[in-house]
Design a protein around this ligand. Structure first.
Ligand SMILES: Cc1cc2nc3c(=O)[nH]c(=O)nc-3n(C[C@H](O)[C@H](O)[C@H](O)COP(=O)(O)OP(=O)(O)OC[C@H]3O[C@@H](n4cnc5c(N)ncnc54)[C@H](O)[C@@H]3O)c2cc1C
Length: 323
């Protein structure tokens, strides 16, 4: 019994960092035992050891080094608009650049922006400088870091189309610059290592007339308002489309699942690939709808849908019907 206790204690010591070390060494925002429901667009998620927003880039590098050295579990978060976090407490740290790592500079047709810059600001500033390329992303919530990791896109355009290079910090705290050619981007995915924290990026856009850019932005914004349930909390599309000719939302709709409710979560009647939180949904309610959709679509069409959203804290069997 003593041995077991010793093993458990050892495990705990290697996976948690002394709070005083974090408090004394760093001056950014560190929220201990923080509820992730405060930091996800779904508004769900249990407590993590600490939610950390570093004060600047040197502090970010030190925190990443410390956490990796301690072998603690860490997740990188932008604004949490593509995350489903479990309701339980999770033994992990979460780092986000949204407090202070958000400088944005434009020179001629090149944009240099930090990971914590919100996409809305990136789109607005590029438009103000009569640069075209990013306006289709108007209305996509999230940060630049999250958008690059997800290769966010809308209306046939993806953020990687205009990328020149990205700076990342690896788990040892080394800063590396990756050129576009060193990276692979596909539909809602990228080849960044899960240990790499995206810190900043450069984009090269083209000059265009204000009228032309505004027109393209209007098409994107109008389309979004018409097709998405924007009044409610969600994380956007839950599943990836199986291919460019077959939408996950179409399959969910054809399986008769639009409007299906679990607790306070619902498969939107407006857009079947958006699962919405009416206010008091739990992550387990959303997970139940994910499992149900996967099962119904597999039984009807023989297709197992892949998640577009990222998850924290779930076991496979909580999200897959046949696990
Ligand atoms: C209403 C609504 C509409 C949406 N519409 C679209 C759409 O049209 N197109 C689209 O593509 N998406 C859409 N989304 C999904 C979401 O907005 C995008 O995926 C967005 O790019 C996520 O950005 P984020 O900062 O919130 O990332 P998060 O959700 O915080 O994280 C997403 C992923 O990026 C990683 N990550 C975040 N920051 C970093 C970093 N600095 N370094 C390394 N990894 C990082 C995370 O670990 C995670 O794997 C929508 C979401 C909502 C709520």
């Amino acid at each position: 019994m003593k041995n077991i206790t010793r093993i458990l204690m050892k495990k705990r010591i290697t996976t948690m960092i002394d709070r005083n070390v974090l408090k004394n060494k760093f001056t950014g925002e560190i929220l201990f035992d923080e509820k992730m429901s405060n930091h996800t667009s779904y508004g769900v998620g249990g407590r993590v050891n600490a939610y950390i927003r570093p004060k600047n880039k040197p502090e970010l590098i030190q925190i990443i080094k410390l956490i990796h050295k301690s072998k603690s579990k860490v997740y990188y978060l932008g604004s949490g608009s593509n995350f489903l976090v479990h309701d339980k407490n999770i033994n992990c740290y979460v780092i986000s650049p949204t407090k202070a790592i958000k400088s944005l500079k434009i020179q001629d047709n090149v944009i240099q922006a930090d990971a914590g810059v919100m996409l809305g600001k990136l789109v607005k500033e590029s438009m103000r400088n009569e640069l075209t390329g990013l306006e289709s992303l108007a209305g996509v919530p999230g940060t630049l870091g999250g958008a690059l990791k997800m290769n966010a896109g809308a209306w046939g355009s993806e953020i990687s189309n205009f990328l020149v290079s990205v700076d990342v910090i690896d788990s040892k705290g080394n800063l590396k610059t990756l050129n576009h050619d060193n990276l692979k981007f596909q539909y809602r995915s990228s080849s960044f290592s899960s240990n790499d924290f995206i810190i900043s990026a450069r984009f090269k856009l083209e000059k265009s007339s204000e009228k032309n850019i505004k027109h393209k932005k209007k098409i994107a914004s109008d389309g979004r308002i018409k097709t998405q349930p924007l009044k409610y909390r969600s994380a956007g599309s839950v599943f990836k489309n199986p291919n460019s000719m077959l939408a996950a939302g179409f399959l969910i709709d054809k399986s008769g699942l639009k409007g299906t409710v679990c607790g306070d979560a619902e498969i939107s009647t407006h857009h079947a690939n958006f699962f919405i939180n009416h206010g008091n949904a739990k992550a387990k309610d959303i997970a139940h709808l994910i499992k149900l959709s996967r099962m119904s679509i597999f039984e009807r069409f023989g297709i197992m849908l892949d998640l577009e959203i990222k998850t924290i804290g779930f076991k496979n069997k909580e999200l897959f019907p046949y696990d």
